[in-house]
Design a protein around this ligand. Structure first.
Ligand code: GUN
Ligand code: FE
Length: 434
């Protein structure tokens, strides 16, 4: 039998055991100023004080010394479009204008496999450069866009969840599928990729506006046939969109009710935005086990509205963070947390840094139903982690020197930090940058 491969990483370390809630309870996290993270065969073997764990290591164990840096579980981005990498920072009047003018034409290019492959490689490089180790990803309507993406993610051994977009109306002819083709191609991709390596498949209707009732029914049928599959869509992002959706489905009580009645609300269903919901909708989110991806940079950039985190907390449904690139303006989860804080300020409640980093790690894992595999340093979790430099710029270093608590340091990191703070990203213990 081959001996297990053991490695260890010395740094400060932070991870979450549960949701710290809006008050940021300290019992929900573990922090070690001088920690050792021990990894065996790509999984967490132990995390603790370096002085306790160092003597337990077999002689010759490789120790990566990141002293002075901070390690955390890799960031989990619960809503992003790989196919929109090249239209990030394209100014639209609003969501529907932006979709028609930039998004649909850009997605057309993914009919070509070589283009899809090239973008997938760049996209994954960019995620890793920003410390993101898992993402829930929209492809395009083209089946080969998913083969390209999954191939690229598989080659790097990444834990990714993604799916082919379903559309059969209210989009250009060149992106239009049908209920039957959407069902068949999704099922084929699911059989091929779901559970291959670390990959999972998400049933991905774009939103209620671009799917006929029959296509959403077929998506619901897929969801029943594949009870472990993820579901990924957009919901209640923009007021014009909400009004249009209600018109297209006159029987619906609300926008969310469309997905609900067609069997698309459940555990492992992640809905981006969820801004314009009422209390009954929020209650259904909670009962069904679905999660909301809060995408602040996108919501501000497209002028969509302000996500109500306090209302989500009162209702008790799962929330995680999405960059929503290319409607969102940054691949960086640090930049995204900073904007999430500002949106919360405008809503009149606060987002503690503890909660923010929970949402970006274990909270994301919980939204994806993957918290037993990723999102924390509990024993046996997959060792995907990020190494952060809390002094990555002169200003951050200067401001950090005046911070005395962990909470202050985390707040500075999310408010002033960006990709420059990412020193290294490890996948199953292996360094991926450089
Ligand atoms: N709603 C439907 N499609 C999209 C998209 O591509 N981006 C965003 N932000 N919202 C959408
Ligand atoms: Fe989106």
């Amino acid at each position: 039998m081959a001996t297990a491969e053991l490695s260890a990483f010395r740094a400060s370390a932070l991870h979450f055991l549960s949701d710290p809630g809006s008050e940021g309870s300290a019992q929900s996290l573990q922090y070690f100023a001088d920690a050792l993270l021990v990894v065996e065969d790509g999984r967490v073997k132990a995390l603790g004080e370096a002085r306790d764990l160092l003597p337990t290591l077999p002689e010759g164990t490789r120790i990566s010394d990141y002293s002075g840096r901070l390690i955390m579980p890799g960031f989990i981005d619960t809503h992003i479009h790989y196919s929109q990498t090249d239209i990030i920072a394209s100014p639209g009047r609003d969501l529907l204008h932006w979709l028609a003018h930039y998004t649909f034409p850009a997605e057309r290019n993914f009919a070509e496999l070589t283009h899809a492959r090239e973008v997938a490689e760049f996209f994954l490089d960019e995620l890793l450069r920003n410390g993101t180790t898992t993402a829930l990803v929209f492809g395009t309507v083209h089946k080969q866009s998913m083969d390209a993406f999954f191939d690229a993610a598989r080659a790097r051994n990444l834990r990714m969840v993604a799916g082919k977009v379903l559309m059969d109306r209210n989009c250009p002819e060149y992106l239009m599928g049908s209920p039957e083709s959407g069902y068949r191609e999704s099922a084929e991709l699911m059989e091929k990729w779901n559970g291959t390596g670390r990959l999972n498949y998400a049933i991905t209707p774009r939103f209620a506006i671009t799917s006929s009732e029959e296509q959403l029914r077929q998506a619901g049928k897929l969801a029943r046939e594949f009870p472990d599959a993820h579901i990924h869509s957009h919901l209640a992002e923009n007021e014009g969109e909400v009004a249009w959706a209600r018109m297209l489905f006159p029987w619906s009580r609300s926008y969310l009710d469309i997905y609900d009645r067609l069997g698309l609300l459940r555990n492992r269903a992640v809905y981006a935005h969820c801004i314009h919901l009422d209390e009954q909708d929020r209650g259904r989110m909670t009962e069904s086990g679905a999660a909301a991806a809060f995408c602040p940079t996108s919501n501000l950039f497209l002028g969509s509205g302000l996500f109500d985190l306090a209302a989500a907390d009162r209702a008790g449904f799962r929330v995680a963070i999405g960059t929503d690139v290319g409607g969102g303006t940054s691949f960086s989860m640090l930049r995204t947390l900073s904007e999430a804080y500002k949106v919360s300020q405008l809503r009149g409640h606060t987002l503690s840094p503890m909660r923010a980093f929970y949402l970006a790690t274990l909270g994301g894992a919980a939204a994806l139903g993957l918290e037993d595999r990723i999102g924390s340093f509990m024993p046996n979790r997959e060792a995907d982690f990020v190494v952060l430099d809390c002094q990555s710029t002169p200003l951050l270093a200067r401001r950090m020197a005046a911070a005395s608590t962990l909470e202050e340091r985390l707040f500075l990191l999310m408010t002033l930090g960006d990709d420059r703070a990412i020193v290294q990203t490890h996948i199953l213990g292996q360094p991926m940058i450089g």
